[in-house]
Design a protein around this ligand. Sequence first.
Ligand code: 6R9
Length: 574
Amino acid sequence: MSQIQNEVIATVAERSNLGDYDQACAQFSWEEVKKHFTWNETGKVNMAYEAIDRHVEEGRGAKTALLYSDAHRDEEYSFLDLSEGSNRFGNVLRKYGISKGDRVFIFMPRSPELYLSLLGILKVGGIAGPLFEAFMETAVKDRLEDSGAVALVTTPELLPRIKRDELPLLKHIFVVGGGAQQEEGLVDYDAEIAAASDSLEPEWLTPEDGMLIHYTSGSTGRPKGVYHVHNAMLQHYYTGKVVLDLREDDVYWCTADPGWVTGTSYGIFAPWLNGVTNVIRGGRFSPQDWYQTIVKNKVTVWYSAPTAFRMLMGAGEDVIEQYDLSTLRHVLSVGEPLNPEVVRWGTKAYKQRIHDTWWMTETGGQLICNYPGMNIKPGSMGKPVPGIEAAIINDQGDVLPPYSMGNLAIKTPWPSMMRKIWNNDAKYEEYFRIPGWYISGDSAYMDEEGYFWFQGRIDDVINSSGERIGPFEVESKLLEHEAVAEAGVIGKPDLVRGEIIKAFVALREGYEPSQELKDDIYRFVKEGLSAHAAPREIEFKEKLPKTRSGKIMRRVLKAWELDLPTGDLSTIED
Ligand code: 6R9
């Protein structure tokens, strides 16, 4: 294989929580990880208890758990504050009859209340569904409807995006920061919190009870509700220790929003299970603001994404020189391929090797990673986490030798593996169609030293700025536009965002291509779904390539776009 890079960024010998990788793998057992938790003796399982209350019980209540800031707020919360604050919301939920197994969604910008709500939901045994604040009406409705959510936490600004008349199961909406609420079904969150007790006996669960639903995109159909259980804490705790390398005195910052899986698994659970101080920065990205966040909080461990690193690289090194980033001791990345160039730049600019990590919403936790102390081959995702067996297999399930491209697959099970796709058993089973393996949908190869190298998606899922976008959801929205007869959506390579969304559109009779129409279609998707799902490029076509069964052939659209051969066209319509 020609593009294999065997360049290694040499590592200085450094202390890490993992120690020697091969030895760690040989000695590993999940039973050992379980010993950190007390549920084997007590039978009492609850993620929110382990992440928060347990630190209070064990005398660490005064330690800073959360350093929150945005343009308007700057607040500090101890583990005791988070314990009491989430107890209050748990009591409010119980007052409104919400209990084990109920789906309670959160749709709001990052704020301390978002985190307290999520913990409160888990404490009463509810299944939390965090939604990214940029979602618009249709995207929100689809998710609330599919999950059968009975309650929602939101803000007055986002309230108009909830189609309440179309969501009969949604009984209670807790409005944060909105004052007294007049309408039926709306609850004044702040007044309820102020009146609630700050002590609560959590709902004691089993490890297999439901905890979270994260909606994510596939190449066909509506978004999938990926369902996770409390047992995932084994993976979050362990990878927090050996991949994030968290230690007692760390100040950790994960830049992801809890609307995406990184923002829960590694923005909430991993740091707090490990008892470290967690930084949350609200608001939008800017290089100055991000560097200032590191300086102000003396961040030591930083977990972000390739798009952000590429934008920081674009902002240049003179910006970096204005900030003292010397507190950083470990930097990680996830979400999309991390370009070797970015790794090399990070080594120079931050004096830090950026450690790539690979995993997915469905895997619930990190699976293939670069560890502190390990040789990093820029461009490689690293090696499997101890306790995880990864392989490249073909469609028949044969394990392929090094350097063969194929399906990146993981031996089942592992603690944080999704337990179902909500309402869609058939989709769930597709991932496990080869007995004994989870098929990720990514293609990759492994080198002779066991490093994995990402090659691409096997399906049509688009990855723009690290966010997964299903072409089907965008195409469906496009078809709702009055001028659109047919639509096909692909990911177009982009230097900063990885990919951008490009839509090919055939117009209905009576409509003519124009820039105004493009702008209008763009706005229509942006306002109906979300900004990150809106096509930054639109190209009008007389008609689109389709199979005889009427499926848009995205593969052909992509070949047009990239000037590649279109391949087998035997199934095309005409
Ligand atoms: C955690 C998260 C998962 C998809 C995954 C892959 C891509 C994630 C990557 C990576 C190359 C990495 N991806 N990490 N590609 N190198 N280190 O991102 O979950 O939003 O579900 O996305 O993202 O294609 O299959 P999710």
